[in-house]
Design a protein around this ligand. Structure first.
Ligand SMILES: [Zn+2]
Length: 391
């Protein structure tokens, strides 16, 4: 109990407000003081940033920065719970500032209106202890994780695609991989739609944003096991949580032994949102993602194609495509040596997100001919084979 004997400057009103935190031995007065002394920047005050900001303000983070350039629109309200109908047309940071002040007047809110760019990211991040990435597109995500790397600051990654979400911690000061160790280069803009086009489930944003807030609190106080070197993947449809280990990639273009990205302006893939020109020409030969109909044609006409199903065994019992090879996503890193580099691997899962992760992972490991099947077995059942049971 030594931590609670350290002096704090919490007022009696604050001690009372945070009493349910303080009662937890892992937090105590000392932990609560650490939260008060912390500065957290939330990039993107949207579906993920909303729950993260509300929980972190309520938790007593001393300074919360909010970076966003948008105004509140009607279609945001389905998931962006920082805002209400009266906020439509108001700048998000402004509306959020007001709401967070109501939630907890002890938390100082700093508004950063405008886009985070290669020119301002380093100085912005330098003012904070930790970043939360709540953005919904790849160029910004790469910029944020690159800038976190160059400033040596931790960043809590969160993302959503349809019914699946991911959370991880990248912390260059404490080893572990960076985002580019997992996904070296940004995908082409048309290969992965953002939530503006793809649809997004509000409650899933709530779950992922809350997990980001929770990781932030654990990190700042220093208790529990962090997500350093681990990615949590949530499948809302089956309500399964999986954790996959992520390793540092020695050939990583950012943190590897021979980096090609040496400052925020030394790369072009964030701007153009496509692989860098030095990427092997082989990888251009195969698209990152194809439609089920194209995949079907390849499988029927090319004996060098391997269909790799990365779903869980229980899902296979519901439906599977004939002659597919089954390795659940979590097993891929352990079985990578058994996969044939000379074959064209087509990856498939339920809706296309897990298999996209596997596609990017395998490409990062040197498999250039890997392609994701868009929409997964669900789309396959609808477009190719209606005898397959959907779920
Ligand atoms: Zn890296």
């Amino acid at each position: 109990m030594t931590q609670d004997t350290q002096p704090t400057n919490l007022s009696s009103a604050e001690a009372s407000r945070y009493s349910r935190h303080i009662l937890l031995h892992e937090i105590g007065l000392a932990g609560q003081q650490k939260l008060k002394d912390s500065k957290v920047l939330i990039i993107g005050a949207g579906g993920l940033g909303s729950p993260a900001a509300l929980y972190l303000a309520a938790a007593g983070i001393g300074t919360l920065g909010l970076a966003d350039f948008d105004q509140v629109e009607l279609h945001n309200l389905q998931r962006q719970i920082l805002y209400g109908s009266k906020d439509i047309g108001v700048t998000k940071t402004e509306a959020a500032h007001k709401k967070l002040n109501e939630t907890n007047p002890h938390t100082q809110v700093h508004q950063h209106v405008g886009k985070v760019t290669a020119d301002n990211a380093i100085s912005l991040f330098s003012d904070y202890d930790l970043m939360i990435d709540g953005t919904d597109n790849f160029p910004t995500r790469y910029l944020n994780t690159d800038a976190a790397y160059f400033t040596g600051k931790p960043i809590i990654h969160g993302s959503i695609f349809k019914f699946e979400g991911q959370v991880s911690l990248f912390d260059p000061a404490h080893q572990g991989p960076c985002y580019r160790c997992l996904f070296p280069h940004a995908p082409s803009p048309d290969s992965v739609p953002n939530c503006g086009e793809a649809g997004v489930l509000g409650a899933l944003c709530g779950l992922i944003g809350s997990l980001q807030a929770l990781e932030t609190i654990k990190y700042l106080i220093g208790f529990g096991e962090s997500l350093l070197g681990q990615v949590v993947i949530v499948d809302a449809l089956s309500m399964q949580f999986r954790t996959i280990k992520s390793k540092k990639n020695p050939d990583c273009p950012l943190c590897g032994s021979n980096p090609t990205i040496t400052d925020l302006n030394s790369m072009n893939d964030r701007d153009h949102c496509k692989p860098k020109s030095h990427h092997s020409s082989e990888s251009h030969h195969y698209p990152l993602e194809i439609e089920p109909s194209e995949a079907k044609e390849m499988i029927d006409n090319d004996s060098n194609v391997l269909l790799l199903d990365v779903r869980e065994p229980v899902e296979l019992q519901i439906c599977r495509i004939e002659n597919s090879v089954h390795i659940p996503m979590g097993q891929i890193p352990h079985t990578i040596d058994q996969l044939p580099k000379e074959q064209h691997i087509l990856t498939i899962c339920h809706h296309g997100m897990r298999s996209m992760n596997v596609t990017r992972f395998l490409r990062a490991q040197g498999f250039s001919s890997v392609t994701n099947i868009k929409g997964g077995i669900d789309a396959w059942a609808k477009q190719i084979d209606s005898s397959l049971q959907t779920y």
